[in-house]
Write a protein that binds this ligand. Structure first.
Ligand SMILES: N[C@@H](CCC(=O)N[C@@H](CS)C(=O)NCC(=O)O)C(=O)O
Length: 373
């Protein structure tokens, strides 16, 4: 490619981190631009229809929003050095489960640590949300940044982050850090010596929020240095594991990844089951119309589920199903032998039901939003 593509994103943004890492790892030339310039306001925003990042704009003017759609678009265009989708059917479906978990399953620790410690984080967070525009930023820009911060901070109750749940959110995230630290001490990427779509998905919450925001970053560096190194490695154009001289590349699935799937079965699967129950209870909707029960916000209802010792009540969002369908569709398309292999791996870990977790409704993406299929 001669001219670089443009990545509209921000350092503080969860989903920008996934795409940026993919672009770096695949040596795709890009320029990262904050979504505040005149071109974004007048050309990109009207096409996307809502203020959301990341967005890429190709040199020919093609615009793609949604981190998964961006990666798939670039793969289809032949930009990927090596596909992010493993060829082995078991590894591929496991990678898709990790993408789903990374995109959707860590939003609570990410948002709790970002917004519930203002005394220790306000300077960094407000810089990330627009302070970088400097002292000469217009009043409009400053107001816009403040409103965006208020909007995100205001989401906590709908995400199930309350005074009753924060202890459990922190405790279970510490449990995850321990699993991931043990794993990344032995292998540089999730399945070996190169990242796949699971790594990119896991970069969402684990990088921009949990490895950068002051409170979780210092916790991660101290308790899980190998996990922290993986977040650095994912932003390096090289393999970047010279500090693991004992590591020998190996095509087999690392044994230390199994506890990660057990963790997903324990904490994320109950939420997904509740999400499907909420979706299934909705009446049939007209295909192609926005998947939402609220014209102002993409939400499909509310539900609750058990997480450790607490019950968490939260909103159900359509993007969740778009990601889950990628897993269940991939499983449904496998032949009998491959399905048996997948179930044989997931069954003892308590996660086999996830690959068959489907609904009577389908969600697809059209014109940059989730709509009914
Ligand atoms: N599923 C989307 C999620 C993108 C997303 O939620 N982006 C955040 C920033 S990390 C955003 O711009 N949110 C604005 C909003 O939801 O109104 C993706 O993968 O790109």
């Amino acid at each position: 490619m001669s001219a670089p593509l443009t990545l509209y994103g921000m350092k503080i943004s969860m989903f920008t981190g996934k795409v940026r890492s993919y672009l770096i790892k695949h040596a795709i030339a890009f320029e990262e631009v904050a979504p505040v310039n005149a071109h974004f306001q007048t050309i990109i925003l009207p096409q996307i229809g809502r203020r959301i990042i990341p967005v890429i704009e190709m040199p020919d003017g093609t615009i793609v929003q949604d981190s998964t759609d961006i990666i798939d678009y670039l793969e289809d265009q032949g930009f990927g050095k090596v596909s992010v989708y493993p060829q082995d059917p078991l590894q591929k479906i496991l990678a898709l489960i990790l993408e789903l978990f990374g995109d959707e399953g860590l939003i609570r620790p990410a948002m709790h640590y970002r917004w519930n410690f203002p005394d220790r984080t306000h300077g960094f967070i407000s810089h990330g949300f627009g302070g970088w525009q400097g002292p000469d930023a217009s009043q409009d820009m400053k107001t816009q940044s403040r409103k965006t911060m208020e909007k995100f901070a205001g989401l906590l109750p709908a995400l199930g982050i309350t005074s009753q749940t924060t202890f459990e959110i922190e405790r279970s995230f510490d449990e995850l850090m321990e699993i991931l630290d043990t794993h990344f001490e032995r292998t540089p990427y999730i399945f070996g010596d190169r990242p796949n779509i699971g790594d990119y998905g896991m970069m969402c919450s684990l990088y921009a929020h949990l490895a950068r925001d002051p409170v979780p970053a210092s916790r991660m560096k101290d308790r899980a240095p190998n996990l922290y190194r993986w977040t650095e490695r994912m932003n390096s154009p090289h393999g970047d594991y010279s500090d693991m001289p004992y590591y020998k590349p190996n095509a087999d699935l690392p044994e230390t990844v199994a506890p990660l799937f057990q963790y997903i079965a324990k904490y994320f699967l109950p939420e997904l089951i509740m999400n499907i129950e909420v979706l299934d209870a909705l009446p049939k909707a007209q295909a192609g119309t926005p998947a939402s029960i609220n014209p102002k916000m993409a939400v499909l209802g509310f539900g609750s589920f058990e997480h450790g010792d607490v019950s968490i009540g939260c909103a159900v969002r359509p993007s969740r199903f778009y990601m889950l369908q990628r897993v269940t569709d991939d499983f449904a398309a496998l032949d009998d032998a491959a399905q048996k292999q997948v179930l044989g791996y997931l069954q003892p870990l308590g996660l086999a039901s996830l690959v068959k977790l489907t609904s009577q409704h389908r969600i697809k993406r059209e014109n940059h939003i989730e709509v009914w299929g």
